[in-house]
Design a binder for this molecule. Structure first.
Ligand code: SAM
Length: 159
């Protein structure tokens, strides 16, 4: 697979999984947490799919497209591993984490802290969607839509 094909496959998986969970999230109380704003494409998608829902967004920098900049009170600047700790217990309905790097060694480090952090941010029944695997006893892996290749992008539910 070329890097271009890999990119397209990641974008498609993000869209299809977010579209799979958003109707369930819409029925649930609790904010959405977007870990990794980047260009703001998935943030924009979530805003469209979950109108009116509070979305708290985290990144170490603000470099999104002008159309996809969160309100200042819902943007948390800094290292997610540290900044998101302040939100433990917020009972999020959805946490989306798109902070994979494409480097296995770096992503392996993220996998040492991200699953536990997400488990503490979510409400029971809440959804986690992530580009890196989420191995955790409280995060039950769900089947993504058939369009998503195995281990391309991950979707779990807090049990
Ligand atoms: N989903 C976004 C979109 O649709 O535009 C793209 C996210 S981009 C791939 C990843 C973002 O996460 C980058 O902006 C990067 O700065 C941020 N990021 C990655 N790891 C981070 C960390 N540990 N703490 C804070 N920000 C992080």
């Amino acid at each position: 697979m070329t890097r271009l094909e890999n990119f397209i496959s990641r974008m498609t998986a993000q869209r299809d999984i977010l579209d799979q969970v958003c109707p369930e999230v819409a029925k649930m109380e609790g904010p959405v947490l977007e870990l990794g704003l980047g260009n703001g494409r998935t943030y924009h998608h979530l805003r469209e799919r979950l109108p009116g829902r509070r979305i708290v967004v985290f990144d170490r920098e603000l470099s999104a497209h002008a159309s996809s900049i969160p309100n200042a009170e819902d943007f948390v600047l800094g290292e997610i591993r540290e900044t998101a700790k302040r939100f433990i217990g917020i009972d999020a309905a959805l946490v989306h984490a798109d902070i994979g790097t494409g480097y296995d060694d770096r992503d392996a480090v993220t996998s040492t802290w991200l699953p536990d952090l997400i488990a503490r941010l979510l409400r029971v029944g809440g959804f986690a969607v992530s580009g890196t695997p989420l191995e955790h006893p409280l995060l039950q892996r769900l089947q993504p839509p058939p369009s998503v290749p195995a281990d391309r992008y991950f979707v779990c539910r807090h049990v």
